[in-house]
Design a protein around this ligand. Sequence first.
Ligand SMILES: [Zn+2]
Length: 174
Amino acid sequence: MCKKKRNRLGMSGRNRTRSPYCGSSVVLRSADGIYRENKRDAKLYVCSKYPVCDAYARVQEGSKRIPIGSMADGELRALRIEAHRRFDRIHQTGLMSKKDAYTWLADVISSPMAHAHIGQLGKYYCKVVIEESNRFLDKYRDKVIWKNNGRGIRPLAAGGEQYAIEYGTAAAGH
Ligand SMILES: [Zn+2]
């Protein structure tokens, strides 16, 4: 994996204000007209060629200009949502604590903990996270009770216990 230092928009060095897809400049603007609804008045870094190039990154709520992840096009955004959904199940099931799940994630993407954020991942690593999360959930399938809590199916660890899962030495120190 590329270890080159990147800024918060996922672009390196002098390209920091450029779209990683088309190289056009990036503008900080309201998500109005991009989000179907923008009730929370979100701000985005958007490629100036939008919608021809639909790359954008959302700004953290309560911050004026700190983006949450790197700029992503529609395909990458969909992959990140899917990767997050599968990954979240690992700790939602109680098979791991949230903290341990993030240690596991860092291991899966061969990245230091500080960079273990799905919002920073590219398409390849999103697919790795989806695959590995599915593999993990499959492996411990018999330890999970799939319960309908009225808001859809939510898995819970059998007996409500937290299962300590061994996954090598990556957990040491966290
Ligand atoms: Zn662009």
